[in-house]
Design a protein around this ligand. Structure first.
Ligand code: ZN
Length: 181
């Protein structure tokens, strides 16, 4: 088990686009395990590779502890691509392990269709709605170098600025390891 410090808002890698994975090697499997370990240690439901310093296009999601998702099987999405988004959009509160304590309402499509490869390099296509769709879209954003503040109105972002500044300065108390600067 390896718990890797989580990158915090302001860290450059969170702004970089992920690189596609050509082959699911042992090294990739090891990184995926570290992603699950680091996410669970921080009580997160999703984590993208760049949040713990990896450049690959991968995210992991585990909703098992969430109300209504007790049968959820942890999922790894490699080289994901959202291929369809519903016109219907919903506003829902989001948080992020890279934005400790911050919560913001984000407007996103309710339903999406996504294509990705799994750890056996099998191509999978699924539809997701509700909370699962929400988490996928949030993690997918990370792989594009985007975060919650990029997805809210300018006015809302302004209101978040003091909080974002204290996160960047690490004037926060959290019970999971984060990068030093
Ligand atoms: Zn996040």
């Amino acid at each position: 088990m390896a718990i890797i410090p989580i990158n915090i808002y302001g860290d450059k890698i969170l702004r970089q686009k992920a690189q596609p994975v050509n082959q699911v090697t042992d090294d990739i499997i090891r990184k995926i395990k570290n992603m699950f370990d680091s996410m669970r240690n921080a009580n997160g439901v999703g984590l993208a590779a760049n949040q713990i310093g990896y450049r690959e296009s991968i995210f992991v999601i585990d909703l098992e502890g969430v109300d209504g998702y007790s049968k959820f099987k942890p999922v790894v999405m490699i080289n994901p691509k959202i291929i369809l988004s519903s016109d219907e959009k919903v506003l829902r509160e989001e948080g992020c392990l890279s934005l400790p304590h911050l919560r913001a309402d984000v407007l996103r499509p309710e339903l999406i269709k996504i294509r990705y490869i799994d750890t056996d390099e099998k191509e999978i296509e699924i539809e997701a709605d509700s909370f699962f769709s929400r988490v996928i879209q949030h993690e997918y954003d990370h792989l594009l170098g985007k975060m919650i503040p990029d997805r809210v109105e300018e006015e809302v972002k302004k209101k978040l600025t003091p909080e974002l500044t204290s996160i960047m300065k690490r004037e926060i108390e959290i019970d999971y390891p984060i990068t030093e600067d």
